[in-house]
Ligand binder design. Structure first.
Ligand SMILES: [Zn+2]
Length: 314
């Protein structure tokens, strides 16, 4: 019997049942800025509850900071807006559909699990997965122990709201983040930030076609591309400096996959520019792969996590 798989993002929710895939607009703060977070969370639970078949296994990838041990979703800017929400997401699903065996996994952890399954080699010591869409986060797994080291709240790599390392003009570095902070990585490099960065750069004619899941433009100005990639390149540079056993890095999410080859080339270009004597030669660094939503599916990763493919260790 096929399990029912769900990937909840700030923009879209994807349901996968065998070969059937359905994409539905997520009832999120991103789409409904004026709706109350509690109402949006309830609506999201009902959306899943009404689609899941009876008496099945359902594995959910949730785009929120989430501790699977305590079943607490702490928050998600794109889904529920700023602040802390403490939503017992799995229990809400169980209450609505007690006939279903639900599991819930953070979407970055789920992405890391599927990425590792698809691309890791047996000699890889650590694998890191970065997702850049309506939010930004990363997760690193230790191989071969298959452990993800997390803090007391079950979290690791919630980097989107760290200060961005950027050499852009001050107006860009001072952009307000969706969380209310200033100059965060997400305020420059996440999908919803791109039009604001363009405006600060004075790109008046910025009205590009958007066809990616998270609203990333398909074509954009060279300068804009350089600015939105820089905090990501610096984040990766920092992670690799601190964790030299990272052998494989995956970059996923709607922004890089929406922009495509140009994003990849710009990231490689910035990462291969030596900035100091400690920078390694390009061929000595970890393998860097940009992956599309077809290649790395968080909902498949949620199923892998339910099987214990990777283990969160506090
Ligand atoms: Zn922020």
């Amino acid at each position: 019997m096929n399990a029912f798989l769900v990937d909840i993002g700030g923009t879209w929710t994807r349901f996968r049942n065998g070969s059937n895939v359905e994409r539905v607009a997520t009832p999120s703060k991103l789409r409904h800025p004026h709706r109350a977070s509690s109402a949006l969370a309830r609506e999201l639970v009902l959306l899943l509850a009404e689609r899941v078949p009876t008496n099945t296994d359902a594995h959910v990838s949730l785009g929120a900071a989430y501790d699977p041990e305590t079943d607490i979703a702490y928050g998600s800017g794109p889904l529920w807006g700023t602040g802390r929400h403490d939503i017992p997401f799995r229990r809400l699903l169980e209450r609505q559909r007690p006939d279903v065996r639900w599991t819930v996994t953070n979407d970055v952890t789920a992405g890391l699990a599927h990425f590792t399954k698809m691309y890791a080699r047996s000699a890889d010591r650590q694998v890191m997965y970065v997702t850049i869409s309506s939010g930004i986060a990363l997760r690193t797994a230790q191989l071969p122990s298959r452990r993800i080291h997390v803090n007391a709240e079950g979290l690791q790599g919630e980097v989107g709201h760290l200060p961005a390392t950027s050499t852009a003009i001050e107006a860009v570095r001072g952009l307000t983040c969706e969380c209310g902070g200033l100059g965060h990585i997400a305020a420059i490099s996440a999908g919803p930030a791109i039009p604001h960065v363009a405006e600060k750069l004075g790109l008046d004619g910025y009205n590009q076609p958007r066809n990616s899941e998270d609203g990333a433009p398909t074509e954009l100005d060279e300068r804009l591309l350089r600015v939105i990639v820089e905090p990501i390149a610096n984040l990766i540079r920092t992670a690799v400096a601190l964790q030299p056993h990272i052998d494989l890095i995956g970059i996923g999410g709607g922004v890089p996959s929406g922009i495509g080859t140009r994003y990849k080339h710009e990231l490689h270009r910035q990462l291969s520019t030596a900035q100091s004597y400690v920078d390694r030669q390009p061929n000595e660094g970890p393998r860097l792969l940009l992956v599309s939503p077809d290649q790395v599916r968080p909902e498949n990763g949620a199923a892998l996590m339910a099987q214990g493919y990777l283990e969160n260790v506090k």
